[in-house]
Write a protein of this length. Structure first.
Length: 210
């Protein structure tokens, strides 16, 4: 079984592409879902968060995300303390889910995570797929989807690692700057290529593009 990293930028269409992969029968592990699971009541990660950030776990044992967000907002040291707790827990959950899927006979599993490069996960993947769109398309979609002004949309984009940088590091780039071109056929072609042996790109070569 091969584990394929799937990432992108805000409003590039990564979630839509993940849905297309699922429609083809490919398992897609959602890092955001794992991030919620590892801080559920009774988990070691939540206990560690409660110790590191007193007052962010309510009487019912649930994480108060708003309170935690206020504690780490604009505080890099606090954010790093939180990440030191959550990132290893998320990675362990990903490994466990990958092993479970491998045991059921799946040949391909995709790991959908927006922060793949930011947390250094690329070497844990057999190859990396980036869903890419132009910055102009990202800005337009954010304005339409979230009702943001151009200034607000640009601020969101500046807060992330640029998708062009991710694409430059990827093994495969799925182009999604044109909303009239469906992603389903691209997902099907990618899965077929992976099953035919598509692997990491050679040093100095360009990523495969779909």
């Amino acid at each position: 079984m091969r584990l394929i990293g799937l990432t992108g930028g805000i409003a590039t269409g990564k979630s839509t592409f993940a849905a297309a992969l699922r429609a083809l029968g490919c398992p897609v592990i959602d890092a955001d879902r794992l991030a919620r699971q590892v801080v559920e009541p009774g988990t070691p990660a939540l206990a560690a968060i409660a110790t590191a950030f007193p007052g962010v776990v309510g009487a019912g044992g649930q994480l108060d995300r708003k309170a935690l967000g206020a504690r780490i907002f604009d505080d890099q040291a606090a954010r790093r303390r939180l990440e030191a707790i959550t990132h290893p827990a998320i990675r362990a959950a990903m490994v466990a889910e990958t092993s479970r899927l491998a045991a059921t006979g799946h040949d391909l599993v995709f790991y959908d995570t927006p922060l793949l490069y930011e947390v250094g996960l690329e070497e844990a993947m057999d190859l990396v797929v980036v869903v890419w769109a132009t910055r102009e398309a990202q800005r337009r979609r954010l304005a339409t989807r979230d009702g943001l002004s151009p200034v607000e949309a640009e601020a969101r984009l500046r807060a992330q690692l640029p998708v062009d940088e991710k694409a430059a590091r990827a093994d495969v780039v799925v182009e999604n700057d044109d909303e009239t071109v469906p992603l389903g056929p691209k997902a099907a072609r990618l899965v077929a290529a992976l099953r035919a042996g598509l692997g990491r790109r050679l040093p100095g070569s360009a990523p495969a593009r779909y």
